[in-house]
Design a protein around this ligand. Sequence first.
Ligand code: FAD
Length: 406
Amino acid sequence: HFGVVVVGAGHGGAQACIALRQAGYDGSIALIGDEPDLPYERPPLSKEYLQRDKPFERLLIRPASFWLNRSITLMPGVRVVAVDAAAQRVRTAEGTEIGYDWLIWAAGGAPRRLGCAGTELAGVHSIRTRADVDRLEAELATTEQVAVVGGGYIGLEAAAVLTRLGKRATVLEAQERVLSRVAGEALSRFFEAEHRAQGVDVRLGATVTCIEGAAGRVTGVRLGDGTLLPAQMVIVGVGIEPAVAPLVAAGAAAGNGVRVDGQCRTSLPRVFAIGDCALHANAYADGAEIRLESVQNANDQAIVAAKVIAGVDATYDAAPWFWSAQYDLKLQTVGLSTGHDDAVVRGDPDTRSFSVIYLRRGCVIALDCVNAMKDFVQGRALVVAGARVESALLADADRPLKMLVP
Ligand code: FAD
């Protein structure tokens, strides 16, 4: 039995434990995770770690001594398969029952699989865990052509790294532009052109009907128009399914994720959910219920849940932010551009330093900043204020955004 049991030792789970101690919680804490490693940062998996620029040790969120010194019991390699909310306990895959006063569910999500034949072939990968990347790396020496399915952030980041490593990468995107789920048209076109200039074969409106193989290994990808794209490796980056099955089975209200309130409480008593798996009403999405897949969201929700458990008032209302790195381009976004009805380009994309500012009903709701740190830092206040600013002023790159904050 523990005071707090945290399920999922990723960004949200680790931060929840850190924040519990910071908020003065002095009960016992268990951090249960099904991966074998100490909690580590996931973003470098498709960036520096894939490129072998950073060894795994530098991905650790905290060293082993940190957890020990704060009496946080790590339980790596343990999978929770059931929750009994009435009895206040979880059950592991080995059948061990662990009781709790409070439960924080921070299980993230599992990569969505393609609904076509061939996904079980050797050489088909996703990038979610360290083990995923290690498996993929072990095959790189014998790989020349890589098909990346999905032109979202992870797919594009992987394509950039693999191109730098000398592989021939093709990005297969079903929509008519990359990043269609998360960014406006101008940003999509910029990244599309950038990848093409770097040698990536970007194919839009491309559907995958089947992954083909021989002797159990992938040999290529069959596209909707009948063409066969030869590939020794396929990387699937088409989003995640929130890992909430045990909570849903226990009766938690759920949709595309487990539903939480402003304090990150689920509908089950004494059970919180945070991070990628938590479906919440977000002020920056016009109050719509969404899941956010970002380190910022996992950390901020973790802090809210930890404070509430420690008896400190807290409500989740953080401004969403996110980053991506591709080639020498650092993209930083703040706010949520979904639902924008206007987009202003600030600066010249040809200089590789510019921002796209999104508006809804005349108010700034989000910024995508490419190699434009100042805009990112200063634009945040415009997003938080929901500032009403004329497009011409926003577009004037000589005028610092901080001058436009009401
Ligand atoms: P996770 O960090 O995924 O942690 C969940 C953990 O729970 C996992 O270890 C999982 O194995 C474990 N688990 C699941 N089910 C169980 C169970 N039943 N029992 C025990 N353990 C379980 N975000 C950014 O902001 N910027 C970026 O640049 C960025 N890049 C990314 C690149 C990649 C390749 C990936 C995969 C993600 C990236 N993200 C990025 C997203 C970010 O990493 C996630 O939003 C964040 O990790 C979410 O934290 P979490 O705690 O909700 O889930």
